[in-house]
Ligand binder design. Sequence first.
Ligand SMILES: NC(=O)c1ccc[n+]([C@@H]2O[C@H](COP(=O)([O-])OP(=O)(O)OC[C@H]3O[C@@H](n4cnc5c(N)ncnc54)[C@H](OP(=O)(O)O)[C@@H]3O)[C@@H](O)[C@H]2O)c1
Length: 346
Amino acid sequence: MSKTKVGIINVTGYAGVELARLLYQHPEVELASVTGRSAAGQRLGEVFPHLASLDLTIKAELSDVDLVFSAMPHRESAKEVIPFLNRGTRVVDISADFRLKDTAEYWHWYGFTHPAPQLLEQAVYGLTELYRSQVTYAQLVANPGCYPTGAILALAPVVKTGLIEPDIIIDSKSGVSGAGRTLTAQTHYSEANEDATAYALDGHRHLPEIIQELKLLSPEQLPSVTFVPHLIPMTRGILTTGYAPLASGTISIDKKGEEELRQLYRDFYKDEPFVKVVDFSPHTKHTQGNNLCLIHPTIDYRTGNLIVISCIDNLVKGAAGQAIQNMNLMLGLPEATGLQALSIYP
Ligand SMILES: NC(=O)c1ccc[n+]([C@@H]2O[C@H](COP(=O)([O-])OP(=O)(O)OC[C@H]3O[C@@H](n4cnc5c(N)ncnc54)[C@H](OP(=O)(O)O)[C@@H]3O)[C@@H](O)[C@H]2O)c1
């Protein structure tokens, strides 16, 4: 039987090139077409020598495929995928263009008027752990942002069960590839190396996405969220630490309560192929190159606060791997197909 043909719009960015690497190992689909503005006409292996085994020429336009991944920057992505959607092609969009349900948020956070507000209702937020059945039948999947993936997975079990007070602090540290391949002064080697900084203190673009999804998990108790992202000198990975007061009377603030808390997380994620609740403080290296999210929930006995730590690879579970997880569901394939690689160590 012939394989499903898929294509990547914008293979020349980090998310797009990681998709190409992962799709090469996928047994059920064929990467048939890729685009890239700055490299149109060149062989993929010339531009990215680590992909030399992929026999493809980068084009200016995507050829006809059964499913399209867009790894375009926000604002540009919607324009690219709308014609495919109009032709009935299924799309996984890795950009932010279809993640938010409220059109006004696009103006506020991204500075543009959304070109197709009607598609925001139709788009399914592609966090498979929360929206599996909707993803299966979706024509358009909005792949979650990298920070929201780590933060929402870390907090969903306690937000949904009302185990915490709705006063949440999310502290995330990202490797520099999270900022993309386009060079800026902040991501220049001599600026980012041996440096660490908090940024977007007046509000990061991923904040409305995190709030939107946590609110949907707990509509009766709207969470207040403080989110502070940090840039740290590593290539890949996001380490997120979430803090919130445990709601009084829900769980004992001791070892027994902590074991109950961990069991609640294990039960919540018991059938999830890519979320592992672990008994140790995870490192970003434990998820480097694979599609896992590791989560370690604990209790601070002195303050009665929940402390929950999560780790992902921003380019895999935070982008390309999660996009393939969504594609697998959309094509009726086992969810973990092509995504079982272990992480790289050391
Ligand atoms: N990096 C991550 O960890 C991550 C995680 C989740 C989601 N995402 C999302 O994935 C998308 C791609 O991100 P990325 O990190 O891969 O970005 P990136 O590495 O910075 O890639 C952006 C590429 O897009 C192309 N580009 C820029 N402006 C363009 C335009 N106006 N028209 C056409 N092409 C344009 C450029 O390629 P040319 O030089 O070939 O024009 C550039 O190399 C973004 O929407 C981002 O938010 C990224």
